[in-house]
Design a protein around this ligand. Structure first.
Ligand code: ZN
Length: 266
C-alpha cells in the first residue's frame, strides 16, 4: 500500500508541473516539486517498513494432548458455555503409536524449521511425559505469547476406512481473530498440506477444512488459531506415514510452509 501510494502520487506531481511550467522548466520544477513533496510522503510511509521487516514473528505451537491423562477428572471451560476434560493422551495407531508422541515430535520439527527461518516459537508443553496444560490454558496461550499464529497439531482417531487431513477453525467466530484471520490461516495450512502431497479428509469437513464450535482451544483463542488433524491414526495407510520419522518430517514441512505463507500475508 505504501509503495503504490508513492507510485501514484509521483506522476501527479510531475504532471501538474508540466502543465504549469512547460516541459523544459518542468524538468527543474518537477525535481523541485518532488523535493518539497517527497519528504512529506516519505516521512509518512517509510518509518513503518523497517520495523515490519526486522520484527520477529511469534508462533505458538500446541502439540496436542499430553504424555499422561489428567487423572483428577478436572473439567475446564470450553469457551462456549460448556465444559471439557482437562486433557487426554489422545488416540493411537492400531500398533500402539500414541497421538501425544506423534504431535510432540511433529511440533518439534515444525519449531526447528520456523526457528531456522527467524520465527520465535513458543510451545504449550516442553516435554511428552507429564499431564501438560489443560485445553483452556492452551487456548489462551496464544494471547500470552503474543502469537501471530497458533497451530495445534493432532492426529485423528476416526473409523479405519477414512483417511486424509483436515484443518479445523472456530465457527461461528467469537472474536475478530476468529472471524477472518483464523480462516485465512486454515486455508494457508490446508493449501500447504495439499502442496505437500497430503489429501483432504475423506470422512470429515469439506475441502480439507472443518468449521468447529466444540474445540475449547480454538473457542478461547484470541489470536489466529487452527487445529490440524494431520491424518487418521486408525487408517493403515495414514498410520504408516505417521509412524516414521520421514513421514512426520513431511507433515512438519507442510505445516511450516502453511504458517510461513500466512505470516507473509498477515
Ligand atoms: Zn487429538
Amino acid at each position: 500500500m505504501h509503495t503504490s501510494s508513492r507510485i501514484l502520487i509521483g506522476p501527479v506531481v510531475v504532471g501538474a508541473a508540466l502543465l504549469a511550467a512547460g516541459l523544459s522548466a518542468a524538468l527543474g520544477t518537477g525535481a523541485s516539486a518532488g523535493g518539497s513533496g517527497a519528504p512529506v510522503l516519505t516521512t509518512a510511509s517509510a518509518p513503518p517498513q523497517p520495523p515490519a521487516a526486522t520484527a520477529p514473528r511469534t508462533v505458538l505451537l500446541d502439540p496436542g494432548h499430553a504424555g499422561r491423562t489428567d487423572a483428577t477428572g478436572t473439567l475446564v471451560p470450553d469457551g462456549r458455555g460448556g465444559e471439557k476434560a482437562c486433557n487426554t493422551t489422545g488416540t493411537e495407531t492400531n500398533a500402539g503409536y500414541a497421538e501425544h508422541a506423534f504431535t510432540f515430535d511433529v511440533a518439534q520439527r515444525v519449531a526447528a524449521r520456523l526457528r531456522a527461518d527467524g520465527v520465535v516459537v513458543v510451545l504449550t508443553r516442553a516435554d511428552d511425559s507429564g499431564t501438560g496444560p489443560c485445553v483452556d490454558e492452551r487456548g489462551r496461550a496464544g494471547e500470552a505469547a503474543g502469537a501471530d499464529a497458533v497451530v495445534s497439531i493432532h492426529g485423528d482417531g476416526a473409523p479405519a476406512d477414512g483417511h486424509g487431513f483436515h484443518v479445523a477453525f472456530s465457527d461461528p467466530p467469537l472474536n475478530p481473530a476468529q472471524e477472518g484471520p483464523a480462516h485465512a490461516l486454515a486455508v494457508a495450512v490446508r493449501d500447504a498440506m495439499r502442496g505437500g502431497g497430503f489429501v483432504d479428509s475423506t470422512y470429515l469437513g469439506h475441502d480439507g477444512l472443518s468449521p468447529r464450535n466444540d474445540l475449547a482451544g480454538l473457542n478461547l483463542a484470541t489470536r489466529p488459531s487452527v487445529l490440524v488433524e494431520c491424518a487418521n491414526m486408525r487408517n493403515a495407510a495414514d498410520a504408516a506415514v505417521m509412524s516414521t520419522p520421514e513421514g512426520r518430517e513431511s507433515y512438519a514441512a507442510a505445516i511450516t510452509t502453511g504458517i510461513q505463507a500466512f505470516l507473509a500475508r498477515a
